[in-house]
Write a protein that binds this ligand. Structure first.
Ligand code: DLL
Length: 412
């Protein structure tokens, strides 16, 4: 069996028509589960004229009501839970934007789904029962650490539950235990690369924050590994909603037997077909990506790397800019540590891009950014090591400057 083969060929390589039928059955069962409650999703379904699962067809899922993060906040903490409290075995979530947390209750069934899709992701990346998985995603409410952990156990690999931070100790254990798989955010992979010499790692499974193909090249080169992208969000399950495999050609295989994908105006929408704790029908993720037909052994739909989030899109003097487009240009010319500052101190917004490099790249970077984005950015070149590194959690590569002092030294 070649590396990166499916863990469960019966499911991952299923005849698409049979999968469509399975998804439809699951959708109908979900609709019945939601209708049996009087919470928001049940009421919205009734208002849209749905009285039982057999009323709905998968091909017409776009006619069903959607649900958003605002709805989750409005029903905080557990107003959208449909399982009984006795059946909830854990809670995860994210601190989210503006400090407002989103909490998700999981049943044992949900944890089993999560372990399964994560085990598939690890196997697709080439991990085996003989693998040692260095897991530097944070353990806690955040789904990264425990998601990889559940998947690693399910696969039968050895998981080293490092969590984030304490880089010196991480480097030491990578040297001593010789793991072949690294799981962490892409920005932390770069941080590790600063201190790690030659190493045993073969593959990295990186996600939880936006990163470009240019960043992928950089990480692959610095760590001498294959770098794969993994996507997910707590509302849907955590990591494992979609993941690249060694042979998926830069696209992420979606675990669509559990999470049915759609896009609307570029935004990803997911339906949790099988979850029982707090299932979501047509959840608007706010994430922007494209869907692609399957190719290769797996017959699962695929998605592109994320372009960004709808709310991360900067509108600068009428031009729409995703931070990932800036990253792509920066990485061609400077080190991967950078910070974008959206300067809104006056009515004419400006973009500053701070990089670590030598002064001579300034002109070229300004030119390339103008060429790619259509707007002029203020480029600031700082000495290596001057920009903040992210040791724990998600990298903050975008700062807003509305008044007072600049978010970092050296900007005017
Ligand atoms: O970040 C789950 C996760 C953990 C995914 C570990 C991958 C690896 P949340 O904290 O709820 O869950 O944040 C979800 O992070 O809506 C995206 O905007 C962003 N995100 C997640 N994965 C990627 C990725 C986890 N591969 C939010 N590329 C999502 C870009 C990502 N953005």
């Amino acid at each position: 069996m070649t590396a990166g083969a499916p863990l469960d060929p019966k499911i991952e390589c299923m005849d698409p028509e049979a999968r469509h039928e399975l998804q439809e059955q699951r959708l109908r069962a979900l609709v019945d589960r939601l209708l049996s409650t009087d919470n928001l999703q049940g009421s919205r379904l009734r208002e849209s004229g749905v009285t039982r699962g057999t009323d709905v067809r998968l091909d017409e899922i776009h006619l069903l009501p959607t649900i958003s993060k605002q709805d989750l906040w409005d029903h905080y903490p557990f107003g959208l839970r449909i399982a009984a409290q006795e059946d909830i075995v854990c809670v995860h979530g994210s601190s989210g934007t503006g400090g407002r947390p989103t909490l998700i209750p999981y049943t044992a069934n949900d944890v089993e789904i999560w372990s399964t899709v994560m085990a598939r992701a690890l196997k697709g990346a080439g991990a085996t029962t003989g693998s040692i998985v260095h897991n530097a995603y944070g353990y806690g409410l955040f789904t990264g650490g425990l998601g990889v952990h559940h998947g690693g156990l399910k696969l039968g690999a050895t998981v080293i539950p490092m969590s984030g931070g304490m880089t010196e100790r991480q480097v030491r254990l990578i040297e001593d235990l010789r793991p072949d798989v690294l799981c962490c955010t892409p920005s932390y992979a770069l941080r590790l690369a600063e201190d790690l010499g030659e190493n045993s790692l073969q593959v990295g499974i990186f996600g939880a924050e936006p990163w470009t193909d240019e960043m992928r090249q950089e990480i692959q080169q610095r760590l001498d590994i294959r770098a794969l992208d993994i996507y997910g969000l707590s509302e849907i399950i955590g990591p494992g909603v979609a993941c690249e495999s060694l042979d998926s050609e830069g696209l992420l295989n979606i675990a669509e037997d559990h999470f049915y994908p759609e896009t609307e105006d570029g935004e990803l929408i997911f339906t949790t077909l099988t979850k029982t704790g707090m299932p979501l029908l047509r959840y608007r993720t706010g994430d922007v990506a494209t869907l692609h037909e399957p190719a290769g052994r797996r017959t699962l739909k695929r998605m592109s790397k994320l372009k960004g989030r709808k709310d991360d899109m900067l509108v600068i003097r009428g031009v729409n800019v995703f931070p990932t487009e800036i990253e792509a240009v920066v990485l061609d010319l400077a080190s991967p540590h950078y910070l974008i500052v959206e300067d809104r101190r006056t009515t004419t917004a400006q973009l500053h891009v701070a990089v670590e490099s030598t002064e001579d790249v300034k002109q070229q970077l300004t030119y390339k950014l103008k060429e790619r984005l259509g707007i002029t950015c203020q480029v600031h070149v700082l000495e290596p090591g001057k920009l903040p590194r992210t040791e724990v959690g998600k990298a903050q590569r975008l700062a807003r400057w509305t008044q007072g002092q600049a978010p970092i030294d050296g900007l005017t």
